[in-house]
Design a protein around this ligand. Structure first.
Ligand code: NAP
Length: 248
């Protein structure tokens, strides 16, 4: 088995929020971190610099995960510059909330295309790498909303619960190689995505959380680091809920 510090990690949507937290946590493990972003170039380079300044290795690579050809180009760039990938974290995600009676076809498509189509595109790109390496890992970032559904989030809930079946299926297809596929389902986490929710609604949500706070990105990154570890070789097809004790 290769040394842990030789591993290559791709984290989609790593220019801020949970993806940034995951990239920095995996950067501390050693190895090489690929920081994917769609449009926030300066922020993505800042993440890569932060990892490098802390003694790690990182590159930033632009690709809209919902665009198959851009993801293929990212794969080629990653292969040319750092080689095959050991761990893929499908984190990039968006919301376009509206109650179903008013939800447009465009709002449905945009959320499905990024949150589910992007997972297809990136997994397709790096599936053979993950299968062929020692201790390959696919980690998909779902959501508590995939468990519970939510008013105004039919598109997002459909995409996030779709990841459960996708992950379980890929786990079965990877199993003969010894590589694993799992989901992390974060609860409400302090990022720009949650900042967009009106403060009154945030208060109501917080009141329902047994641990009485939103997650920090580090809470989510810790679960991802656990699943990414070479030691976690007998956990596959699972969903780890990181939601402060909500009853899902
Ligand atoms: P965020 O702060 O809005 O950050 C989203 C990240 O995804 C950004 O880096 C953004 O990059 C990137 N991104 C968006 N669309 C992309 C695309 N088409 N291609 C590539 N990158 C793209 O979100 P977050 O709160 O950190 O959420 C991260 C993940 O956790 C998402 O999958 C989300 O659904 C999930 N999640 C979040 C929460 C929460 O409470 N925050 C809870 C449960 C699950 P650019 O700026 O470059 O576009």
């Amino acid at each position: 088995m290769r040394d842990e510090t030789d591993r290559t990690y791709v984290i989609t949507g790593a220019s801020r929020g949970i993806g940034r937290g995951i990239a920095e946590a995996l950067g501390r493990e050693g190895g090489t971190v690929v920081v994917n972003y769609r449009s926030s170039e300066a922020a993505a380079y800042d993440v890569a610099d932060t990892i490098t300044d802390a003694g790690g290795t990182a590159i930033a690579v632009q690709a809209d995960v919902s665009e198959f050809d851009q993801v293929q180009a990212m794969k080629e760039h990653v292969h040319e510059t750092v080689g095959p990938v050991d761990v893929l974290v499908n984190n990039a995600g968006i919301t376009a909330d509206r109650k179903f009676s008013n939800m447009t076809r465009e709002e449905w498509d945009s959320v499905i295309d990024v949150n589910l189509g992007g997972v297809f595109n990136c997994t397709k790109a790096f599936f053979e790498d993950i299968k062929q390496t020692d201790a390959g890992r696919l980690i998909n970032i779902s959501s508590v909303i995939g468990r519970q559904g939510n008013y105004g989030q039919a598109n997002y809930a459909a995409a996030k619960s779709g990841l459960f079946g996708f992950t379980r299926s890929i786990a079965l297809e990877l199993a003969s190689s010894g590589s694993t596929a799992n989901c992390v389902a974060p609860g409400y986490t302090s990022t720009e995505m949650v900042d967009e929710v009106p403060e009154k609604i945030q208060e109501r949500i917080r009141d329902d959380i047994p641990l009485d706070r939103f997650a920090d990105v580090d809470d989510i990154a810790a679960a991802v680091s656990f699943l990414a570890s070479e030691d976690t070789s007998y956990v596959t097809g699972e969903v780890i809920d990181v939601n402060g004790g909500l009853d899902v």
